[in-house]
Design a binder for this molecule. Structure first.
Ligand SMILES: [Zn+2]
Length: 249
C-alpha cells in the first residue's frame, strides 16, 4: 500500500487522526471513483466536500450551462462561468480546491455507457437521466435534491429495496410542490449537499449505517428533519417481484 506523501499527511491529517477514518480510510477515499449526475445546487456542494475529503476520482455528467440562477445556489460557480458548461465550471473549481483529485466530465450518454465503472453514483438533481434504473450495477446510489425551502437526501442500492422512482414519489408525497415554488433556496442546497456528502463518505468508508430506502427530509422553514421510510409502490415495474418488501430503519 502506497505511503502518504508529506503533502497528503498535512492535507488529510484531521481524517488520518480520526478513528472513524484513519490512514486506511483515507486511502479508500483516495482510491474511490464517484460519478456525479447533476452539477448544480446540492450536487455541486456535495462534490466540493468530496474533493476536499480527497475522493480520488470525480466524474461529472451535466449537460446544462451555468445560468444566473446557478450563481445563487452554489458557491462553486463564479460570475465569469456564466454560459460555460456546468460540468466544466465545477471541474475547474474542484481542481482549484484540491489539485490531487482527478475530475473528468461526461455527457449523460457517455456516463450511462460506462455506468458500471463507478464505486458510487451521486445523483445531485431532482430527476434521474433516462435509463439510470436499468444500469447494470449494484453499487450504492445517493440522491440529494432540493426545492424551495425543502430538501431530501436518501441512499439506495440499485437492485435492492425501493427503486429511485418510488423514493422520488415518496419525496413528492412528503412535500408536494407548492404554488410559486422555485427550484431551491441557496442555504437549503448547501444543507442537502452536505448531508449527501456525509452519506457518500460513509458508503465509501463502509462505516456507519447506509440508510437504504430511507428519505431524510429537511424543512428549512421549520428547522426540522424527518426520516421517511420508502416502500415500493404497488405495480412499480422497477420494484416488482421479490424486491417488494417493507423496510424499516
Ligand atoms: Zn419502484
Amino acid at each position: 500500500m502506497a505511503a502518504f506523501t508529506e503533502d497528503q499527511i498535512r492535507r488529510y491529517s484531521r481524517h488520518i487522526l480520526l478513528p472513524e477514518v484513519g490512514g486506511k480510510g483515507q486511502r479508500r477515499l483516495l482510491a474511490a471513483r464517484v460519478l456525479l449526475l447533476g452539477a448544480a445546487g446540492p450536487g455541486a456542494v456535495a462534490a466540493g466536500y468530496l474533493a476536499a475529503a480527497g475522493v480520488g476520482r470525480l466524474e461529472i455528467a451535466d449537460g446544462a450551462a451555468v445560468a444566473p440562477a446557478d450563481l445563487a445556489d452554489s458557491m462553486f460557480f463564479v460570475h465569469a462561468d456564466l454560459g460555460r458548461p456546468r460540468a466544466h465550471a465545477l471541474r475547474d473549481a474542484l481542481a482549484a480546491l484540491n489539485p490531487e483529485v482527478q475530475v473528468n466530465t461526461w455527457s449523460d450518454a457517455e456516463a450511462a455507457r460506462v455506468g458500471a465503472a463507478w464505486d458510487l453514483v451521486l445523483l445531485g438533481a431532482p430527476a434521474a437521466p433516462a435509463g439510470l434504473a436499468a444500469w447494470p450495477n449494484a453499487r450504492p446510489l445517493i440522491w440529494g435534491a432540493a426545492r424551495g425551502a425543502h430538501g431530501w437526501r436518501t441512499a439506495l442500492a440499485l437492485g435492492d429495496g425501493p427503486s429511485l422512482a418510488c423514493v422520488q414519489a415518496a419525496a413528492e408525497k412528503a412535500a408536494p410542490p407548492a404554488a410559486g415554488d422555485v427550484d431551491l433556496a441557496a442555504p437549503v442546497a448547501g444543507l442537502v449537499g452536505s448531508l449527501t456528502a456525509v452519506e457518500v463518505v460513509k458508503a465509501l468508508l463502509g462505516k456507519g449505517e447506509l440508510a437504504c430506502g430511507v428519505l431524510v427530509r429537511c424543512d428549512g422553514l421549520r428547522g426540522l428533519g424527518e426520516r421517511v421510510v420508502c416502500a415500493p409502490r404497488p405495480g412499480c415495474p422497477a420494484c416488482g417481484g421479490e424486491r417488494v418488501r417493507e423496510r424499516s430503519g
